[in-house]
Design a protein around this ligand. Structure first.
Ligand SMILES: NC(=O)c1ccc[n+]([C@@H]2O[C@H](COP(=O)([O-])OP(=O)(O)OC[C@H]3O[C@@H](n4cnc5c(N)ncnc54)[C@H](OP(=O)(O)O)[C@@H]3O)[C@@H](O)[C@H]2O)c1
Length: 244
């Protein structure tokens, strides 16, 4: 008997890092997993590794019709939706002065609007099952710092949206969890276009024992497997060596 036998989970951004590890962890616990992202080849190799049934979804969270189609495909294949993990995100850090504002648009569209679209599409099904929404935020959703203003704004926004959602649906049995990781070793900082910021992120990574994607996946499993009367609303999890 596994902790998530028969539960249906949809995970965004499952093609690498935290999303990939979480998809595997949920599958290991017996969940039927729908794994969405744009790099479908990566999802297909993930599905081959997964111990349970895994549906791969070509998903762009910035596109509302793609999001609606992913939710419909999940429910079509597995008959319900119990768990939504809003994980897709990108961090294009850099100074505000002279920034390429198209990077701001990409972050707001992906991290903030993308996670709102998935909640909008999934909520009717989550209400039916008294399900759970996991919003992957960040320590940057708690503490803003120079060079990370727009990314932080998207993550603060996720927390605000999650608290509003929680108040709207908790009496109907839907639980909302915000997970706030510190530095995790993933591809995330490799997409930063500003050379100084990218180098600073790499230096930070090599200066500490970073978290592993699986550390966050375990926190997600903990939060979503509590008894129905227990709502773990927020988990802040940093590497021990991370000071800020
Ligand atoms: N790594 C950290 O230190 C850290 C710390 C705090 C919070 N986080 C958060 O954790 C989440 C996962 O990041 P990660 O560290 O695991 O980085 P990652 O390995 O770069 O993973 C990001 C994931 O998001 C997906 N994604 C990006 N844009 C998308 C879009 N438009 N539609 C669908 N999927 C999209 C990517 O897939 P495709 O490119 O294949 O679409 C990928 O699977 C993010 O929300 C990030 O902000 C990370």
């Amino acid at each position: 008997m596994n902790l998530l036998d028969g539960k249906v989970a949809l995970i965004t951004g499952a093609s690498s890092g935290i999303g990939e590890a979480t998809a595997l962890a949920l599958s290991t616990e017996g969940a039927l997993v729908a794994a969405g992202a744009r790099r479908v080849d990566r999802l297909e190799s993930l599905a081959r590794k997964a111990p349970g049934e895994m549906l791969t979804l070509d998903l762009d969270v910035t596109d509302q019709s793609s999001v609606r189609a992913a939710v419909a495909a999940t429910v079509g294949r597995f008959g319900a939706l119990d768990i939504l993990v809003n994980n897709a995100g990108l961090m294009l850090a850099g100074p505000l002065l002279g920034a390429d504002v198209s990077e701001w648009t990409r972050m707001v569209d992906t991290n903030l609007l993308g996670s709102m679209y998935t909640v909008h599409a999934a909520l009717p099904y989550l209400l039916e099952k008294k399900g759970t929404v996991v919003q992957v935020s960040s320590t940057s959703g708690r503490i803003a710092s120079a060079g990370n203003g727009v990314y932080s704004a998207t993550k603060f926004g996720i927390t605000a949206f999650a608290e509003s959602l929680r108040q709207e649906v908790t009496a109907q049995g839907v639980r909302v969890v915000v997970v706030e990781p510190g530095f995790v070793a993933t591809e995330l900082s490799g997409h930063i276009s500003d050379p100084a910021m990218r180098a600073a992120a790499q230096e930070m990574a090599s200066s500490m024992r970073t978290l592993r994607p699986g550390d966050i996946a375990e926190a997600v499993v903990y939060a979503i497997t509590q008894p129905a009367h227990v709502a773990v609303n927020e988990i802040l999890i940093r590497p021990t060596d991370q000071i800020r």
